[in-house]
Design a protein around this ligand. Structure first.
Ligand code: HEC
Length: 162
């Protein structure tokens, strides 16, 4: 009996934790949500450990500064539009289906270039946002990934993320 009670208590704790992960702690200061009562554009990070910039709400797409890209970055933009923008948005500003990559969380010191290769080759289990898992996008070559990374870094730098 005691064992059943202990198991029930453990389940209740897991359920409560799951609810916390789904709902908090990221509700935006301005209260903006995607109509679900949950703010999709605020990452789930511990701001005390990560710093305020990593916990900040994603910028509006219109706030993204678009630089003049290098030749590689410009080709990367085309590959990004083909394979990534459906979720990560135009100018990597994010969309209803995926997070912005122009965000402090994805600065090179926290997500180095290898993490882009890993993301595209293996997909990404949902962990920082509420968009769900990233599936492996079809047909992206190693050269495409390198150029997309170059494009992403140039965009990030233009927006003060380095
Ligand atoms: C079907 C939607 C979708 C597509 C297409 C997509 N992504 Fe993602 N991606 C996501 C989501 C959702 C996440 C966030 C997962 C999380 O952290 O919660 C993500 C996360 C990432 C990350 C962060 C990885 C990490 O280590 O946390 C990188 C880098 C990334 N994507 C790159 C790309 C690139 C490059 C492409 C195109 C080749 C691409 N994605 C296409 C949905 C997508």
């Amino acid at each position: 009996m005691a064992r059943i009670l202990a198991a029930a208590a453990a389940l209740a704790i897991v359920a409560a934790a799951a609810v916390w992960v789904q709902t908090g702690p990221g509700t935006a200061a301005d209260g903006t949500t995607a109509g679900t009562g949950v703010d999709m554009r605020t990452p789930m990070v511990n701001s005390r450990m990560h710093g305020a910039a990593d916990a900040a709400r994603a910028k509006d797409p219109s706030e993204i500064i678009v630089p003049k890209f290098s030749p590689g970055g410009a080709i990367g933009e085309i590959a990004f539009q083909n394979s990534c923008a459906a979720c990560h948005g135009t100018n990597a500003a994010g969309s209803d289906s995926g997070p912005p990559l122009v965000h402090s969380l994805y600065r090179p010191g926290h997500h180095p270039d290898e993490s882009v290769i890993r993301a595209v080759r293996n997909g990404v289990p949902a962990h920082h946002w509420r968009f769900g898992d990233m599936p492996v996008p079809g047909d992206v070559s190693d050269v495409d990934i390198a150029l997309i990374t170059q494009y992403m870094r140039e965009l990030q730098r233009a927006n003060g993320i380095q």
